[in-house]
Design a protein around this ligand. Structure first.
Ligand code: GLN
Length: 199
């Protein structure tokens, strides 16, 4: 019998509980990850939404930046939402001074891409590979993928062509927050990546 996928959620800052709830509903074993030993115990990692510059600083002060970079390089599945997408990006167009990312995802990302007038909004998106109804996507001070490199694939775009979801092997990233709108298909897709990698 196949073992339940064991997923970690990087729990330094951000909407950790919402991801834990969705993943447990989908049958995963969920642990909160703040230390290298906790990362070593999981089959995949979720990086939640929040504030990327804070997640960056805390991951460095908790000694997590290098272990997470090493895990990504070794092929660990990682799903980043919003600030988590920013943390996965190889490059940012507008980092704050000294801001670093884990990287791994061959994209350039712009933080807070939708300006202060439209801080938050919801829209329906078609996502490559999803059956049935459109995704109701919640954007909260959201980033936008400014450029998709050759190793990454855009899987969802806004009507104006802006890329808001990307996949690259075991890495998945969304500029929006499916975990707050009852949308479970991204987490299911991620658990599929985790199962495939654990095999
Ligand atoms: N604007 C935030 C950042 O730069 C991301 C917002 C979010 O995760 N909802 O990290």
């Amino acid at each position: 019998m196949e073992r339940r996928p064991h997923v970690g959620i990087l729990a330094l800052q951000g909407d950790v509980r919402e991801h834990a709830h969705v993943l447990r509903e989908l049958g995963a074993e969920v642990s909160l990850v703040r230390r290298p030993a906790e990362l070593a115990a999981v089959d995949g990692l979720v990086i939640p939404g929040g504030e990327s510059s804070v997640i960056d600083k805390l991951s460095r002060s908790f000694g997590m930046q290098h272990p997470i970079r090493d895990a990504i390089a070794a092929g660990m599945p990682v799903y980043g939402t919003c600030a988590g997408m920013i943390m996965l990006a190889d490059r940012l167009t507008n980092p704050i001074a000294g801001q670093e990312t884990f990287g791994g995802l061959d994209v350039v990302v712009t933080r807070n891409a939708f300006g202060s007038q439209v801080d938050s909004f919801e829209t329906d998106l078609e996502v490559a590979g999803f059956e049935g109804h459109a995704v109701r996507a919640t954007f909260i001070r959201a980033p936008l993928v400014a450029a998709v490199g050759p190793r990454a694939t855009a899987i969802a775009t806004l009507p104006d062509g802006g890329v808001v979801a990307v996949e690259q092997g075991p890495l998945l990233a969304t500029a929006f927050h499916p975990e707050v709108s009852g949308e479970t298909r991204f987490h299911e897709r991620f658990l599929g990546l985790v199962r495939a990698a654990a095999r």
